[in-house]
Design a protein around this ligand. Structure first.
Ligand SMILES: *[C@@H]1O[C@H](CO)[C@@H](O)[C@H](O)[C@H]1NC(C)=O
Ligand SMILES: *[C@@H]1O[C@H](CO)[C@@H](O)[C@H](O)[C@H]1NC(C)=O
Ligand SMILES: *[C@@H]1O[C@H](CO)[C@@H](O)[C@H](O)[C@H]1NC(C)=O
Ligand SMILES: [Zn+2]
Length: 171
């Protein structure tokens, strides 16, 4: 725990602007936050890109105010092994897809999935979903998006919150 906090404080600021390949500087800051890998502090997404994509198989869907955004869709999904994940969905994230794409048991029908990991420390952060349809006549459906596991990311302002509201966050 102490070790983790130390690592976080050490790395959170230095890694915040890693990743020139994804140009976050063109996004206007409207109070949204960067999302950091909880393990190493690398920035892996901007909460600007969070969007609502509900899985028909979700066990629970809630709206929460998270990462400087209101009414963020948080859904509880359960994999075929019975393991439960609370995830948020993002249209863009620096989550590196690994392994072959899987068609079976997708939480999002019409999409294949691959595991995706932190580009810095390879921690499992979630999944990349890719539309398996060839046509893109359906404009409501994004072609690819990410499901990020809430327990494996944290907002850049988390360290402030930790000092202000120590009881709200449990690790
Ligand atoms: C990032 O976007 C800004 C503003 O649009 C631009 O000036 C800059 O050259 C871009 N940087 C990269 C690495 O693409
Ligand atoms: C996060 O912290 C920055 C810098 O202190 C602040 O400008 C921003 O408003 C904060 N965002 C949220 C959502 O609290
Ligand atoms: C969030 O949800 C509440 C309650 O439904 C609504 O009043 C509010 O306008 C919503 N905010 C945004 C930014 O959509
Ligand atoms: Zn990481």
């Amino acid at each position: 725990m102490i070790n983790f906090l130390f690592t976080l404080l050490l790395y959170a600021s230095s890694f915040s602007f890693i990743g020139a390949e994804n140009n976050y500087s063109e996004i206007e800051k409207n109070g949204q936050e960067l999302l950091l890998c909880r393990k190493c502090g690398a920035d892996v997404a901007d909460s600007y890109y969070l969007f609502s994509k509900e899985s028909p198989g979700a066990h629970k869907i809630e709206k929460q105010n998270l990462f400087g955004r209101q009414n963020v869709t948080v859904q509880t999904l359960v994999n075929p092994f019975g393991i439960q994940f609370d995830i948020v969905t993002a249209e863009k994230a620096r989550c590196e897809s690994i392994g072959a794409s899987q068609g079976a048991d997708s939480w999002f029908p019409g999409y294949t999935w691959r595991i995706c990991t932190c580009p810095h420390c390879a921690q499992h952060l979630g999944w990349t979903f890719e539309s398996s349809k060839q046509t893109d006549d359906d404009k409501d459906n994004v072609k690819t998006f990410h499901g990020l596991i809430l327990g494996n990311i944290l907002g850049e302002n988390f360290t402030d919150s930790l000092i202000m509201l120590p009881k709200v966050y449990k690790m």
